[in-house]
Design a binder for this molecule. Structure first.
Ligand code: 1Q0
Length: 207
């Protein structure tokens, strides 16, 4: 019953959001991007307080970006990069609250998500191991020791593979796995476009 309640996580919604992100001109739209993250955060919050240090950081970043989008009327990631770079790369690097440095954090987390979902899809039942491996191959390199330690500890509290497939709210496990197969390429596409954009503008190491 709880799973069907309004506001419950649904992988379908997240998938739709990431699908809506990429335009024909291969631009990444920020509204669906952030709405995809909102959906993921809702899921993370349902996993319990062990993960709240992660969801708080994610909420702060999404909220900051929503504020920027409203004030500056950025529609796409490309227009945000262009506008923020207009003052020069040094000015952008000096800003602790820029949209670019904030998106970069979510972008690295999106790589984690892609790898983790691939792991879930593979059928390996060890969710904590899958999550740790995905983390080590993505975000870990960008986190200080204490964050890595806390993250790895939290991963031990992850639910089982069956529980994951169930909370996706898309029906029986086979359907959940099928939907993962559908979702992963969309997430990969958003990741790839962003990576190329940030690489081209030398923004992949924004402090
Ligand atoms: C399901 C388990 C979730 C595990 C999430 C993996 C990410 C671990 C990240 C640990 C971050 C710790 C908090 C602080 C980090 C910041 O220092 C760092 C850098 O920012 P800054 O401003 O200090 O330079 N922030 C980040 O790296 C951003 C991290 C954002 C993480 C967002 C994770 C959202 C996760 C959603 C759960 C999705 C599960 C999907 C499964 C769906 C299938 C049913």
């Amino acid at each position: 019953m709880a799973a069907a309640a309004a506001g419950a996580f649904s992988l379908r919604e997240v998938l739709d959001a990431f699908r809506r992100c990429v335009t024909e001109q291969r631009e990444v739209l920020l509204e669906p991007y952030l709405s995809g993250w909102r959906g993921l955060i809702r899921f993370l919050q349902s996993l319990g307080t062990v993960f709240s240090f992660i969801s708080k950081d994610a909420v702060a970043k999404v909220t900051l970006l929503e504020g920027h989008c409203q004030r500056q009327r950025f529609v796409s990631l490309q227009s945000m990069v262009e506008q923020e770079l207009a003052a020069g790369p040094a000015a952008l690097r000096a800003r602790p609250d820029s949209g670019c440095r904030t998106v970069l954090r979510l972008h690295r987390a999106l790589r984690w998500l892609q790898l983790f979902l691939e792991g879930l899809r593979s059928g390996d039942p060890r969710t904590s191991v899958l999550c740790t491996d995905a983390y080590d191959a993505s975000l870990a390199a960008h986190h200080p020791w204490v964050v890595r330690k806390a993250a790895r500890l939290a991963f031990c509290a992850l639910p089982s593979r069956e529980a994951f497939l169930e909370v996706m709210n898309v029906g029986p496990p086979e359907e959940a796995v099928a939907m993962l197969g559908e979702a992963i390429p969309y997430i990969g596409d958003v990741y790839g476009i962003t990576q190329e954009l940030f690489e081209r503008h030398k923004l992949l190491d924004l402090p």
